[in-house]
Design a protein around this ligand. Structure first.
Ligand code: AMP
Ligand code: MG
Length: 617
């Protein structure tokens, strides 16, 4: 059966069909389908006025004669009297497809609440799916994108294409069950050196960031569930702040003039407190209005004199109010008044796309009344531990020859600290089939898969081969010039049409943790829209002399401390740095970057200046 989906686009618009406007929506949708949707081919187009009879005629003709797979109408779905596309569509349908309608309205509501005023109808006539799209260019293409992924399957169902349908159904049910092609090799024949070129950490970090830079997904969030997300749109203020001239102090609103000097007496004729209308009072040269911080400055007033610079001269007869005050300091014009828009001007850009939303950024959004906005979606991270020796830390008894899996706990906690959701996909044994099954299970629930163990030169280290042979993954690097973490591996592959990012980290707990800070966290941040995803580096002084490794730069765990007596932070080693000793991370808040040694450089000296990566920032 022909795999191409034959598509018709019917533009419904009085103005376009009369030649008074260009059919931009039809053109844009057609161009979008051509460039982004390889399965679809636009084979017929038309542009007709908002006339019910004409619309039904074309729809019937296209479904009965042209035998199209899908017809998209654009236009005529709104509330104006001439909008009749949904009614015309309904009249020709054999079956309604309300799920598509719900999906489009729900999806569009994330862009604009105006979407609730759209009235699309979707359904089937003969073997053709008809979908009403809005008439605006943006709405038309956005709604197409919302349903795009499901259209192929819908058409397969309409065509009764059994093979394709079963395929999709099985993919929905469970992760792919692939059979590994990786054999346990004859140990005597195994490679004795990594086939991967050893590359520098900075180069590897660039590769990760580049790979993570081409697919940003967005979602709509609200003020109270967006902390830590990166905003995916520019935000402009709709109105100024303050929206009226506001007092900065508690005191008296006055009109400055030659008569108003230190020692002058002034009548108090009214009051303006926060929340009151700016029109409540008037001020002129001989009198003042009592005013509170944040209250509107009455018209006529051009300065506020703070209460501390006044004294009461006379009360009202009932003794409850102020009648006359003396001013103790000559005021100047504009004193203690926030002009309209002095904090935020109307139309001012208050947040730029790409800004991370901390408490104050969310406060800014609240200030300008933006309660729903687009953010970049955060990736979900699947965690896999690999190794025949691993037991769950929850097991009551430690079996001989086994150790407890600590990596999963460390990595899950690190991800949680960074604000990323994780899925525990279990512990995989050192068998190619089990590794493959567990990776596929990870792919089906997450975007990033972090596994630890099984990437070195051991006879049971199958992971890289499974990635390459079974999953056709691109292994971007598999050997790094760093200590610890040399076998750190990064790969990407496509799984059910989505790009997956795989970090296969060495099993040693310290190596896995260091590599997570250097690669995994930045990757998660990058996919979440951060423009500077790496932990900051600072200059520090080594507290004591430290040996350097002759073959690799080292990321030495240190505690950094500051004192007012010494301007530069001091880095204190956490002790024995062997990569199995997770205790070397105890109290560590930075990774001191020790250079690779040489004949002339065997140590860094006490007091020597080095860079350190701050882990908590
Ligand atoms: P591998 O990278 O698989 O060669 O493992 C290197 C070392 O890390 C071995 O001593 C493993 O027992 C240990 N190891 C591997 N995975 C874990 C884990 N999840 N938790 C704690 N130690 C591990
Ligand atoms: Mg292992």
């Amino acid at each position: 059966m022909d795999a191409t989906l034959r598509v018709g686009i019917l533009t419904v618009s009085d103005r376009c069909s009369a030649g008074e406007a260009k059919d931009v929506s039809g053109d844009t949708l057609s161009a979008y389908i051509q460039s982004h949707w390889p399965q679809g081919k636009v084979t017929v187009r038309d542009c007709i006025p908002d006339e019910k009879a004409q619309i039904t005629n074309v729809l019937m003709d296209w479904t009965d004669q042209e035998r199209l797979d899908i017809i998209f109408t654009t236009g005529g779905t709104g509330f104006s009297p001439r909008d009749v596309t949904p009614e015309a569509t309904k009249a020709v349908l054999d079956k309604a497809a309300p799920g598509l309608v719900v999906a489009m309205i729900q999806g569009s509501m994330q862009s604009t609440p105006m979407a609730m005023l759209s009235r699309p109808v979707c359904g089937v006539r003969n073997r053709t799916l008809i979908i009403n799209l809005p008439g605006s260019v943006k709405g038309c293409v956005e709604n197409f994108m919302i349903v795009e992924k499901q259209l192929k399957h819908a058409v397969d169902l309409l065509r009764d294409a059994k093979g394709n349908i079963e395929n999709v159904h099985s993919q929905i049910q469970k992760p792919l069950k692939l059979k590994t092609k990786v054999n346990a090799i004859n140990v005597a024949d195994r490679a004795r050196r990594s086939p991967f070129e050893t590359i520098q950490v900075e180069i590897a970090q660039n590769i990760v960031i580049t790979q993570c830079g081409d697919e940003y997904l967005t979602e709509t969030r609200t003020l109270r569930n967006a902390l830590g997300f990166v905003i995916a749109e520019d935000v402009d203020a709709k109105d100024p702040l303050p929206p009226f001239p506001a007092s900065i102090k508690d005191g008296y609103a006055v009109k400055v003039g030659p008569q108003l000097k230190e020692g002058s007496l002034l009548n108090v004729t009214g009051d303006s407190t926060a929340g009151e209308s700016p029109e409540k009072c008037q001020v002129d040269t001989n009198f003042s209005v009592r005013i509170s911080t944040g209250a509107p400055v009455p018209s006529g007033a051009d300065a506020v004199i703070q209460i501390e610079d006044t004294e009461l001269v006379e009360k009202t007869e009932d003794g409850n109010d102020e009648k006359v005050i003396r001013i103790l300091k000559t005021p100047i014009v504009k004193q203690d008044i926030r002009a309209i828009g002095s904090d935020i001007q109307s139309g001012e850009r208050v947040l730029q796309k790409g800004t991370r939303l901390g408490p104050t950024e969310l406060g800014i959004l609240a200030t300008v009344g933006i309660t729903q906005f687009k953010v970049f979606k955060k990736p979900i991270v699947a965690l896999i531990s690999t190794g025949n020796e691993l037991q769950s830390p929850n097991d009551a008894i430690l079996i001989k020859g086994k150790i407890r899996d600590s990596n999963k706990t460390t990595l899950a906690s690190l991800m949680a600290q960074e604000g990323f959701q994780t899925k525990d996909v279990g512990i995989a044994k050192d068998s190619p089939q089990e590794l493959l099954d567990t990776l596929c299970a990870g792919f089906s629930v997450a975007d990033i898969i972090v596994c630890t163990g099984g990437v070195s030169m051991g006879e049971k280290d199958y992971l890289k081969r499974v990635l390459k042979t079974d999953l056709d993954a691109d292994i971007h690097f598999g050997s790094l010039l760093m200590k610890p973490g040399k076998p750190t591996t990064f790969a990407t592959c496509m799984y059910q049409e989505r790009k997956k990012y795989i970090f296969a980290l060495p099993g040693n707990p310290v190596s896995a943790t260091v590599s997570s800070y250097l690669f995994v966290v930045p990757a998660c941040r990058k996919l979440s829209g951060w423009s500077h995803p790496f932990h900051p580096k600072i200059k520090v002084q080594a507290e004591k002399q430290l040996k350097v490794d002759p073959t690799r730069p080292e990321y030495h765990r240190v505690t950094v401390s500051w004192s007012t007596s010494c301007g530069i932070p001091v880095a204190q080693s956490t002790g024995n740095q062997i990569s199995s000793r997770l205790l070397s991370f105890n109290r560590a808040d930075a990774l001191l970057m020790l250079p690779q040694g040489s004949d002339s450089k065997k140590v860094v000296e006490s007091g020597e200046f080095l860079e350190a990566i701050l882990l908590s920032a």
